[in-house]
Write a protein that binds this ligand. Structure first.
Ligand SMILES: *Cc1c(COP(=O)(O)O)cnc(C)c1O
Length: 388
């Protein structure tokens, strides 16, 4: 094979403009919470179609801050899908509340509104959606359920930054929406995250939470006096990171376009491969393609997925599996009595899913190499099966 350079499943793009933005921030006089934090918050809020952004140290911190804003407590239940990164559920557990897992729909692997309804009890306080792979959930249905039962609607949009649903941007579809700026996500601040909202009260609570629960901005303080109203954390993000985020944000439109183009190429290449089911996308949504996920089909799919995964790795292609269902992690089994069989659609999907490389700097030759290698991986695995 000609090019044997490794292709990761996701990768950041950092250019000269980014380097300059970071260098400028380093010498501006502000290192931590300064003007770049405000500027970054405003820019991301604008893109999200809402008033406010609260930038924090990670996507996980943004989820935690959102749960704090909703004031959930021990005894409260929050419904969320198990097909996600553990942090979506952990943020509920951080508050002493109980995460309740609602299964996903088989065609999209997005939280199924029908399953959400079944999980509502007198203790339910809210719903957290996950726009899995970058595909916005069915927000019309979810909003109706939330309003009918007086629940908050939070969106973990760590995959769908820049996506939209029925013409409305991700960020404007839930009461609070959270993003991550980890290097594999759409834009990066190295580590970082943000919660966006239209609600000034939620914003105030999250600002306080990010800074130990202290009730005033030090820039506006006339003297030494401040009070701590709540038990918060140090979840601040630096000005340096936000300068990088602002510089990255300029490239988001072209990067989204590239992600969609790569996904389109994969869709076409795999359309006639029987063993591959492409995870569907609904027409009313604009997919942001944080991930490109294929679902391997047929009997022995777990074995096939293992063979394809190993074959790809051996050929320098960094496939991944997103995700091990959260309710099957030992921590949740032990502390929340979750178990296998509780979310059958998620569990079945988990046996066959595989994330293929997708990132803005991925060139056409790399796409072709992934397609060819996936096809020969399947052929090789099937050949081995036949010999037995
Ligand atoms: C990345 C991610 C997170 C966590 O973000 P961090 O910035 O790594 O803390 C949470 N939820 C989902 C769905 C993610 O993909």
């Amino acid at each position: 094979m000609g090019n044997t350079k490794n292709i990761p499943y996701g990768c950041q793009s950092v250019d000269e403009q980014d380097l300059k933005a970071v260098a400028d921030a380093l010498t501006s006089g502000w290192l931590t919470t300064g003007p770049k934090v405000d500027e970054f918050e405003e820019a991301v809020a604008r893109l999200s179609g809402v008033q406010y952004g609260v930038a924090v140290s990670s996507g996980t911190a943004a989820l935690h801050a959102a749960m704090f804003a909703f004031n959930i407590k021990e005894g409260d239940e929050v419904i969320l899908p198990p097909m996600t990164f553990a942090a979506t559920a952990n943020c509920v557990a951080y508050m002493g509340a109980t995460p309740v897992f609602a299964d996903v729909a088989p065609d999209t692997l997005l939280i199924d509104p029908v399953e959400v309804k079944k999980k509502i009890t007198s203790k339910t306080k809210g719903i957290i959606t996950v726009d899995y792979a970058g595909h916005p959930c069915d927000y019309n249905a979810l909003r109706k359920i939330a309003d009918k039962h007086g629940l908050f609607l939070a969106a973990d949009a760590c995959h769908s930054f820049g996506g939209s649903y029925s013409g409305s941007p991700v960020g404007s579809l839930a009461d609070i929406t959270t993003y991550s700026f980890h290097p594999v996500k759409h834009i990066t601040t190295a580590e970082g995250g943000m919660a966006v909202t239209e609600n000034p009260e939620y914003r105030k609570r999250m600002l306080r939470f990010r800074n130990h629960g202290i009730n005033a901005d030090f820039k506006e303080r006339p003297d030494w006096f401040y009070e701590m109203d709540d038990l918060g954390f140090n979840y601040r993000i630096s000005d340096i990171q936000c300068a990088l985020g602002l510089s990255q944000l300029k490239k988001l439109p072209q990067w989204l376009e590239r992600r969609r183009k790569i996904a389109h190429e994969y869709d076409r290449a795999f359309a006639d491969v029987n063993e591959i089911k492409i995870i569907g996308s609904k027409t009313e949504t604009k997919h942001a393609y944080h991930l490109y996920v294929i679902n391997l089909q047929g009997e022995g799919r777990e074995k096939l997925r293992r063979s394809v995964f190993t074959y790809l790795r051996e050929h320098g292609i960094g496939a991944q599996v997103h995700y091990i269902p959260v309710h099957l992690h030992p921590y949740y089994e032990k502390n929340y009595k979750t178990k296998s069989g509780m979310c059958p659609v998620t569990e079945k999907a988990y046996e066959g899913i595989l994330s293929l490389p997708i990132f803005p700097d991925m060139d056409n030759a790399a796409i072709e190499r992934v397609v060819k290698t996936v096809k020969s991986a399947i052929a090789t695995a099937k050949g081995q099966q036949c010999q037995k």
